[in-house]
Design a protein around this ligand. Sequence first.
Ligand SMILES: Cc1cc2nc3c(=O)[nH]c(=O)nc-3n(C[C@H](O)[C@H](O)[C@H](O)COP(=O)(O)OP(=O)(O)OC[C@H]3O[C@@H](n4cnc5c(N)ncnc54)[C@H](O)[C@@H]3O)c2cc1C
Length: 424
Amino acid sequence: MRHLLVLGAGTAGTTLVNKMRGLLADDEWAITIVDARTEHHYQPGYLFIPFERYTPSQVTKPQSGFIPAGVSWITADVEEIRPDDNLAVLGDGSTLEYDQLVIATGATPRPDQTPGMTGSEWRKSVFDFYTLEGATALRDALAKWDGGRLVVHITETPIKCPVAPLEFSFLADSWFRQRGMRDRVEIVYVTPLDGAFTKPIASKQLGGMLEDRDIGVETDFYVEQVDNDRKLLVSYDEREIPFDLLVTVPLNMGAEFIARSGLGDELNYVPVDPGTFLSKAWDNIFAIGDAADLPTSKAGSVAHFAVEVFGENFIHHVAGEPMPIRFDGHANCFVESGDGKGLLIDFNYETEPLPGKYPLPVVGPFSLLDETRINHLGKLMFKTIYWNALLPGRKVPLPALMSMAGKKVPESESEESSRKEALL
Ligand SMILES: Cc1cc2nc3c(=O)[nH]c(=O)nc-3n(C[C@H](O)[C@H](O)[C@H](O)COP(=O)(O)OP(=O)(O)OC[C@H]3O[C@@H](n4cnc5c(N)ncnc54)[C@H](O)[C@@H]3O)c2cc1C
C-alpha cells in the first residue's frame, strides 16, 4: 500500500483528493489530507462582505462535507517536512509517512511583516479584506464611516487574486455613490506596480476604469511602514500617503513550515516545474495552487486547472514514466466592476489577457476585458459552482489549458507572431 499525503484542504487540496480518490485504486493507495481548519472558506466571497452583499455564513461551510469516503482527514497544524525521511511532522509532534507528498497550503496575508501595519490603528482605521475576520471588521467600519480619504493598498506582489484590490476600489466607488456620499470620499489606489495590473493590455483597460471613476493612482510605491500616529503610509523612497481609512493587502507568504523544512524561496513558496508542479529538489514532492512559485496568478481558477492536469501526470509519474501534460499557467478571473457589471480575463504564462469573447456552452459567451452584466452574473454564479461541482471534484466544463478561441490579438502582437512564424 502506498501513501499520498496532501497538506492543506483549501481549493487545491480538497479538489485534488476528490479527483485522486477516483483515479487511484483503494487497495493500492491510501490518501490523507491535513488542514489546520475544520471550516472551508470560499475566499472570493470575502470581497463582497464589506459591502454587505454576502454574510460570513455564505462563504464558509464545514470541511467535512467535502472530504470523500476513502480519504483520511486530519485536523492539525503542519510543523515541518523531513524530505530525507519522507515524513511530515504535525503540531502535536506526531508524524505521517508518505510515498508522495503534495503541498497545498496556499498563501497567507502577513500584516506582521510590515512595520506598524498591526499597530494601534489595526482594525480601527487599518483593515484588510483577505481574511474573514478582516472583511467582517471592515464591513462594520464602513457601515459607520462618514467619509474622508480611503486608501486601497497592495504591499507587495505576488498576491492571491491580483485583481481583488481593483475590484474592491470599483465596488467602493459604486457603494459610496449608492449611499449618496461619494462626494465626501476620496479614493486612492496605491500599488508597487507601475500600473493597475501586471500585464500591459489589462493594465491599460483597468487603469482607465480607475480614472473614469475618479480614483487616484499612486504607482511604484514600496511601503516601508504604516505610521499609526500620523495615519500615513510611508515608502522606502520617503513618499507619504495620508489616509483616514486604509484597506491594505498585506504581504502574502507561503506557510512557515515550508521555510523550516528548507523547501521554500524567500516568500516560502515552493520552487516547482511550472508544467508539472514537481518540486525542483525532490521527485516525490509536488506543490500545487498558491503554495507553488508558478509564474501565473495565484487564483482558485489556477488551482482548479492545475489539479485537472495533475491527475493524469501523477499516474504516469508514480509508474516511473514521463508526465505527458504540461500546464500552461491558465488563469481566468471575473473582475467585479460595480453597478452590477464585471469583466472577464483569461490568460496563461505566455498570453496576456486579451479582448474578445470567451466561449462557454449554454451560459456564454462572456466578453473578455469588457464590462458586462453577464460577467457579473458569472462571478456570482461561481460560488454555487465552487461548492457543488469544483470542490467535490466533479467535471466543470472549462478547459484546463487556455484556448485562443474568441480572443482578439492586437495588430502589433499578431504581426509580431507572423514575423516569428515566417522566420521558423
Ligand atoms: C479576497 C480574495 C478574493 C479572491 N477572488 C478570487 C477570484 O475571484 N477568482 C479566483 O480564481 N481566485 C480568487 N481568490 C484566490 C483563491 O481563493 C486562492 O487562489 C485559492 O483559494 C488557492 O487555493 P489553495 O488551495 O492553493 O490555497 P487555500 O485555498 O488558501 O488553502 C490553503 C489551506 O492550507 C491550510 N494551511 C495553511 N497552512 C497550514 C499549516 N501549516 N498546517 C495545516 N494547514 C495549513 C489552510 O488552512 C487552508 O485551508 C481570491 C482570494 C481572496 C483572498
